[in-house]
Design a protein around this ligand. Structure first.
Ligand code: M6R
Length: 608
């Protein structure tokens, strides 16, 4: 995830910004940079790769100043490189930015038509150009930023400096965290408390729409129309480790809670709800997967579960046959794949060795290759014809959570796109589906509020030595994912079956000690699942269910029922998996396990 720090005060800012960037490194990044106001101009240094590269550059070519900004970048628009690294400078301004500018293509065209030339592939550089366009003696620095931001759609945390105002920084926030830390004769702006904790604990958290004009001794906050707003100053007591996790005890819990925002980011700029269309990037759209006679999905672990769910949705909506394989199996079975087939590799890291090996097979056999990935320019995207980036930001917890739900969101957008192109659904159907998908973050927020009650259920289950997870249709991959989460971090054995398979074997396991977690919100297969559960109940099994609001049958046979709102089927997997992530997390935490780095597991499996 990108990280921001800005400083204005009496000290030399370069060292302060450099060490702040070091504190942000835990978030993951692929390039870094610093810009300072210096002798009536702006001077900057940027480097691709690790901070050490930037520090070496600063040693060779030092910067000095009292006002400056720094950034660690995690690529979203434009590959990781020095020219795409922030800060971006244009005219008298330099800015750093976290977030996504949705209408950047449109703004870029407009600016090009007015003679602007761009030196990066980023959405961020647009904002530096826009600020310059609006800058006049009347607007001043903060006014120019405000005018520019009125043109921007999307999400941002932006901090800017201006050569004409070498003692000021301007910071603005919309749907991306940004705070101001107050010092004595100096002030800071940062995306993250960890960056500034060494200097101050007095923090102003900016709200959406706030634009702060920051000098060494004053902070003035206005809204986008220029009206003054007041924000409280809070004193934070976190230590650095808590600050890095934004107050959560583990990265995994932080990442579970980030999901509504990350799914919003995945959708950002890609949903044209009014037209019932998906706005894909040109390369992905040009692959024309909707014309393929078959789609082959290959992945490992959690990404494989996302692929399985993708099969249900793509086949249902677009009526294209989809095969899904575990990569380590696919690569050694001389698979049948032709130039008429579309191949989708799903990988959070983009580095998984088995998935990459399968991609090479598909390449040799001439099929088109699309990847769904979270890490820009990693190995798998580089070897693909196009990549749909999930925009989950770096995932630090080894057990995948936000990477999974953003993969689901990506697959659903692709399925709707294929379906519209094939006319297997109408524009009205697509609008309804997209409208439903837009409600996912809101419903997830509601479920996250119940985390403490999930912990109480976890407390009652943690002595079980084995769990069975059941689900039908789109809930079967969710059952698999729930069981994997539990295994990975609690070390309790768990397996998942399609509910209808239970009577073909697993039913023999059922006794009063075995928790059976069943995902059965109201959908076409609900009645069938209900009868499967009567079989569990008759054998004394402990049923933990995920049910739709208003269901008065299943809760009666359940030891505990987690409730999801009555919603479209396409929304249900996001909500049920959220309960299962929370359940696994709380069980593991109550058992005292190392949730973020479970034994024997690696985040990225780059060997066979
Ligand atoms: O980076 P990838 O998505 O390719 O990784 C695949 C699996 O290694 C990964 O999903 C793994 O199963 C996670 N630990 C799941 O939580």
């Amino acid at each position: 995830m990108c990280g921001i720090i800005g400083y204005t005060g009496n000290r030399d800012c370069v060292q302060i910004i450099q060490s702040g960037l070091g504190r942000l490194a835990y978030r993951g990044y692929d390039s870094a940079g610093i810009a300072v106001c210096s002798n009536g101009d702006i001077d900057l240094r940027r480097s691709h790769g690790k901070l050490e590269n930037l520090i070496a550059r600063l040693t060779r070519e030092p910067l000095r100043g009292h006002t400056g900004i720094g950034h660690t970048r995690w690529a979203t628009h434009g590959r990781p490189s020095e020219s795409n690294a922030h800060p971006h400078r244009y005219g008298k301004f330099a800015i750093v930015h976290n977030g996504i500018i949705e209408n950047f293509l449109e703004l870029r065209q407009e600016l090009i038509a007015r003679g602007h030339e761009f030196s990066s592939e980023t959405d961020t550089e647009i904002v530096a150009h826009l600020i310059s366009e609006y800058y006049t003696p009347d607007t001043g620095f903060a006014g120019a930023v405000r005018a520019a931001l009125r043109r921007v759609r999307g999400s941002y945390a932006i901090v800017a400096i201006c050569a004409d105002f070498p003692d000021e920084i301007v910071a603005a926030r919309l749907q991306s965290p940004l705070l101001i830390a107050l010092g004595d004769g100096e002030n800071f702006a940062a995306s993250d408390i960890a960056a500034v904790l060494a200097h101050s604990r007095r923090i102003i958290f900016l709200e959406d729409g706030d634009i702060a004009h920051i000098k060494a001794d004053t902070v003035e906050i206005q809204d986008i129309t220029g009206q003054p707003v007041q924000r409280p100053v809070k004193t934070v007591q976190w230590d650095i480790s808590a600050a890095e996790k934004q107050g959560y005890p583990h990265y995994m819990l932080k990442e579970i809670f980030e999901q509504p925002q990350k799914i919003t980011d995945t959708f950002r700029g890609r949903i044209l709800e009014d037209e019932g269309q998906i706005n894909l990037d040109e390369k992905t759209a040009n692959l024309e997967f909707e014309k393929c006679s078959r789609i082959q999905i290959v992945a490992c672990g959690t990404s494989y579960h996302a692929g399985l769910l993708g099969k249900y949705i793509i086949e249902k909506l677009a009526r294209i046959p989809v095969d899904v394989d575990v990569a380590s199996e696919y690569r050694y079975r001389n698979p049948i794949i032709t130039p008429q087939d579309g191949f989708i590799a799903i990988s959070q890291s983009g580095e998984t060795a088995d998935t990459y090996a399968c991609l090479k097979i598909a390449r040799e056999r001439g099929s088109k290759i699309l990847s769904i990935c979270n890490v820009m320019d990693s190995t798998i995207p580089r070897a693909s014809d196009a990549t749909f980036y999930t925009r989950a930001d770096p995932e630090i917890g080894v057990a995948s959570t936000k990477a999974f739900t953003t993969q689901l969101a990506s697959l659903m957008l692709l399925a709707i796109h294929f379906a519209r192109r094939r006319q297997t659904i109408t524009a009205g159907d697509a609008r309804q589906l997209l409208n439903a998908l837009r409600s996912v973050p809101h419903h997830m927020e509601t479920i996250l509020e119940t985390s403490d009650s999930v912990r109480s259920v976890a407390q009652k289950l943690l002595r079980a030595s084995s769990f069975l997870y059941l689900g039908r249709n789109v809930h079967y991959p969710i059952a698999l994912e729930g069981a994997l989460k539990l295994k990975e971090i609690s070390y309790i054995h768990a397996e998942a079956y399609p509910s209808g398979e239970m009577k073909h074997g697993p039913i023999a396991l059922i006794d009063e000690k075995l928790p059976v977690v069943v995902i059965a919100p109201k959908n076409a297969t609900y009645e069938k699942t209900l009868s499967n559960l009567q079989e569990v109940k008759a054998r004394g099994g402990r049923i933990i269910s995920i049910v739709s609001e208003g269901d008065d049958m299943l809760p009666r046979v359940s030891e505990h029922a987690f409730v999801i709102p009555d919603c479209e089927e396409i929304v249900q997997p996001f909500l049920s998996v959220l309960y299962l992530q929370l359940l696994a997390y709380h069980i593991a935490d109550l058992l005292g396990n190392d949730v973020d780095q479970p034994r024997n597991l690696a985040k990225s499996v780059t060997v066979e």
